[in-house]
Design a protein around this ligand. Structure first.
Ligand SMILES: Nc1ncnc2c1ncn2[C@@H]1O[C@H](COP(=O)(O)OP(=O)(O)O)[C@@H](O)[C@H]1O
Ligand SMILES: [Mg+2]
Length: 262
């Protein structure tokens, strides 16, 4: 299953969720590839691969952009995960990709070269761009992390707009519709009345209006941030952190979803 972890807002927990969900899936024996699509390279640094120091040829996107049919470069991590890196070179590569005017270029690369994985998770950048457009054509499904904050709940309409655009492009290109597996409430503090209120709003507004499942939330614990600075998945850094149990429950739900594992 190829999945986009998508929300065009920054700071909603996409990169942390990609890291920790990927790790949970790998712990369950799944072959997992995580692809960083943010020039800031946060996913790579969260997992200790220090993308900022890497040459362009060492990033996933070089091969996608160059289009010479060479497989994209991926790196093994210490955590049974494989990673496709991004760094500042993605900014130039994205411009070059735009000029090539081939929105299905990434799709061609993943279909040719990435069939050995059970899961390919794309950590989307915090903006709408050529890369996001290509990712939403190259994946089969989407998970949308959303904070349990007023602004985040309201701005879900913008997320939905991008999903609708992607659906139109896919239809035009005769691709199967994108499967929105669901919304993942993130950075949730159940002790805060406001968070409980906004979580209820997510369930009330997003579930029925758009027909998307709303998963159980990932709780807000400082260990999630600390795991990033310690360059480890949350479960490795703080196995007993309740947020790790939340991500584990999400992994179990995804693996148990017959539609996902069709
Ligand atoms: N469940 C959580 N609990 C506490 N902090 C979190 C949680 N999820 C993410 N964070 C922190 O919030 C910030 C933004 O998270 P990140 O995963 O980088 O979001 P995005 O990729 O959407 O920008 C980071 O500092 C991260 O450590
Ligand atoms: Mg990020």
């Amino acid at each position: 299953m190829r999945l986009a972890v998508f929300n065009q807002s920054g700071g909603v927990g996409k990169t942390s969720l990609t890291r920790d969900l990927g790790y949970e899936l790998a712990l369950r024996g799944q072959r997992v590839l995580l692809i960083d699509a943010d020039p800031q390279g946060t996913l790579g640094s969260f997992l200790g691969l220090e993308p900022a120091t890497r040459a362009r040829a060492d990033t996933f996107w070089a091969a996608v952009c160059d289009g010479d049919d060479a497989p994209p470069v991926v790196h093994a991590t210490a955590f049974d995960l494989t990673l496709g890196l991004a760094n500042r070179f993605l900014i130039g590569d994205e411009l070059a990709l735009m000029q090539q005017n081939d929105p299905a270029r990434l799709l061609a690369v993943v279909e040719t070269h990435l069939n050995a994985y059970d899961w390919v998770l794309f950590d989307c950048p915090p903006k709408i761009s050529e890369i996001t457009v290509q990712i939403l054509l190259a994946v089969e499904g989407l998970l949308a992390p959303v904070q349990t904050e007023a602004k985040a709940v309201e701005s879900f309409a913008e997320v939905q707009l991008e999903i609708a655009k992607a659906q139109r492009r896919r239809k035009h290109m005769r691709l199967a519709p994108l499967r929105v597996l669901g919304v993942v409430p993130t950075l949730y503090n159940p002790r805060l009345v406001l968070h409980r209120h906004h979580y209820a709003e997510l369930m009330r507004r997003i579930g029925p209006s758009f027909g998307y499942p709303v998963f159980a939330p990932i709780r807000d614990y400082v260990a999630v941030s600390e795991a990033g600075t310690r360059r480890q998945p949350l479960r490795r850094y703080a196995p007993k952190c309740p947020a790790a149990a939340d991500v584990a429950a999400l992994a179990t739900a995804l693996l148990g979803n017959a539609e996902v594992n069709r």
